[in-house]
Design a protein around this ligand. Structure first.
Ligand SMILES: [Fe+2]
Length: 403
């Protein structure tokens, strides 16, 4: 078949009919940057900064150091919200927005992992535009000038200091939070959610527990792989995905096994996570979101469990899909006539070597939970971006294999 012909449901090569690409976050990366937080954030319009974090991060002393950096630049800390849970939700975002209003803040500074950063994004949108957190749901639906046809309206300046290397939320236009009433993960994506500033300093991940470094690192790995094979692929993202994979290959195990001593590996993983992130994902994320919403499986752990099964399934879906996985396998020096099983086996071994669970039954998911998980995966937006068309039967089989 001709590359990109009309008969090809999901052409994964050739010149695309359409794609768009944006990456508007200013990134500063390097050593000893926390003291410059205020100096840098001032350039993005911040004056009275509202800090969003969680109790664990606050307990490490990192927040105080960032606050000192804010003050050092002549900015004020208007308040600190440290009540973000591991798996944040709409009500937390609303409380956070109300607290920022109460404090008279004009900007948000997230210090934490994906849950903290996503909470800050949604809280900022609620803070700026009003309404409830669940109303923010959707892709490219945020308020725009000219009755919704013009430029998207800015939200208050947001800066992120990630304390894990994986989510990439600090440079992405997306946020995922739980709606506790509907027991689903809400996905929100639009240009204003790109943080204005991301500060990447390996000091922030120095004391990261190895299990978290492993799980979040596998989230970055999943973004790089899913982004590369997504029907919503683009040459811009391809370049990022492949470099992310090389950096993850060279740094993930080092960062997990000897992270506290290995500043270079930690710093490189922070950058790899930035390169890997995209909203063009696929069925690994479609399966992991309901596992998180319904059974509390941490996002990176769920991705690590599902990834090898989805790789093997997708790669069997046609030669153009297999070709894309072959590019990925090349990065890891995996070569075999059948790329799917070979790459899946490589990933499974890597994941086990990182000390992560490899089965859903190890993380509290019962067999009886599968039908609801399948329903969740079918309803997840990333299902539409998977290179192989997915249905209930396919998802049921994959969850069973992962059990
Ligand atoms: Fe993810």
């Amino acid at each position: 078949m001709e590359a990109g012909s009309a008969l090809d449901a999901a052409p994964l090569r050739g010149f695309k009919d359409f794609y768009q690409y944006a990456s508007t976050t200013r990134i500063i990366a390097g050593r000893e940057l926390l003291g410059s937080t205020g100096f840098e954030f001032q350039k993005e319009g911040a004056r009275r900064v509202f800090v969003v974090t969680d109790e664990v991060i606050r307990g490490t002393g990192l927040v105080e150091r960032v606050e000192a950096g804010v003050a050092d630049g002549g900015l004020e800390v208007a308040g600190v919200f440290d009540q973000v849970p591991q798996d944040s939700s709409t009500d937390v975002c609303e409380r956070c927005a109300a607290a920022a209003k109460e404090a008279g803040a004009d900007s948000f500074l997230a210090v934490g992992g994906g849950s903290v950063m996503d909470t800050a994004k949604v809280a900022d949108a609620v803070f700026t535009h009003g309404g409830g957190a669940a109303e923010q749901e959707g892709f490219f639906l945020m308020p725009r000038e000219d009755d919704g046809m013009g430029r998207p309206l800015d939200i208050a300046p947001l800066a992120c200091v990630p304390t894990t290397a994986g989510t990439g939320s600090e440079v992405s236009m997306a946020a995922v939070i739980k709606d506790p009433e509907r027991k689903v993960k809400l996905e929100i994506a639009d240009f204003p959610l790109f943080p204005r500033l991301a500060i990447l300093d390996p000091e922030t991940t120095r004391t990261l527990p190895p299990a978290i470094a492993a799980a979040t690192g596998m989230d970055a790995m999943t973004h790089a792989i899913e982004g590369y094979v997504s029907t919503d692929w683009s040459p811009h993202q391809d370049a990022r995905s492949l470099q992310a994979l090389r950096m993850i290959r060279d740094n993930l195990e080092r960062a997990v096994q000897n992270g506290e001593q290995d500043e270079e590996a930690r710093g490189n993983m922070l950058i790899a996570a930035n390169l890997a992130i995209t909203i063009a994902l696929g069925s690994v994320h479609a399966m992991s979101h309901p596992a998180g919403a319904q059974f509390g499986v941490p996002h990176g752990v769920a991705n690590a469990i599902h990834l090898p099964h989805v790789v093997e399934h997708n790669a069997a879906g046609g030669s153009d899909i297999a070709d894309r996985y072959r590019d990925i396998a090349d990065v890891f020096d995996v070569s075999a006539p059948e790329v799917g099983p070979a790459l899946a086996a490589y990933l499974t071994e890597l994941i086990a070597g990182l000390g992560l669970p490899t089965r859903l039954s190890e993380v509290g998911v019962p067999e009886s939970g599968i039908p609801a998980l399948v329903e969740g995966a079918m309803g997840d937006g990333t299902t539409l971006l998977n290179p192989r068309e997915m249905g209930e039967d396919e998802y049921t089989a994959l969850y069973r294999r992962a059990l």
